[in-house]
Design a protein around this ligand. Structure first.
Ligand code: THU
Length: 127
């Protein structure tokens, strides 16, 4: 039985707006208090304005005052469990370096890892 967080990411993926890439992504970000914020990718005719599913979920949480996170599930139609892009890794690292990642695909495959493993030597603002 798949993790319920993957199910939530799959549900969010249905709302993906990806007419240009035709690559739909869903994400579900679980806060420390158990609240889940979902996201899908939102593309734009001006391609560079595209925002990934993970950062949509993150921005929803932050904008509601939630800043502590436990787990993130990401799902797409991908040959292996889909890894988050570099920009999303850095954005998530800001709030949860040890975030548990559940990478999944629509074939039902999934694997777990930790954000800090996917972004070694991450940039942090130090003065
Ligand atoms: N995308 C995500 O939503 N998350 C990722 O981690 C990888 C890429 C989206 C952005 C774009 O809409 C489409 O997938 C193809 O790159």
């Amino acid at each position: 039985m798949a993790d319920p967080l993957i199910q939530k990411a799959l549900e969010a993926r249905k709302n993906a707006y990806s007419p240009y890439s035709k690559f739909a992504v869903g994400a579900a970000l679980e806060a420390q208090d158990g609240t889940v914020f979902t996201g899908c990718n939102v593309e734009n005719a001006s391609y560079g304005l595209t925002i990934c599913a993970e950062r949509v979920a993150l921005a929803k949480a932050i904008s509601q005052g939630v800043t502590k996170f436990k787990r993130l599930a990401v799902v797409a139609d991908y040959p292996e469990p889909v890894p988050p892009c570099g920009m999303c890794r850095q954005a998530l690292f800001e709030f949860a370096p040890e975030l548990e990642l559940i990478l999944a695909n629509t074939k039902g495959e999934s694997e777990k890892t930790i954000l800090s493993k996917l972004l070694p030597n991450a940039f942090q603002l130090k003065r």
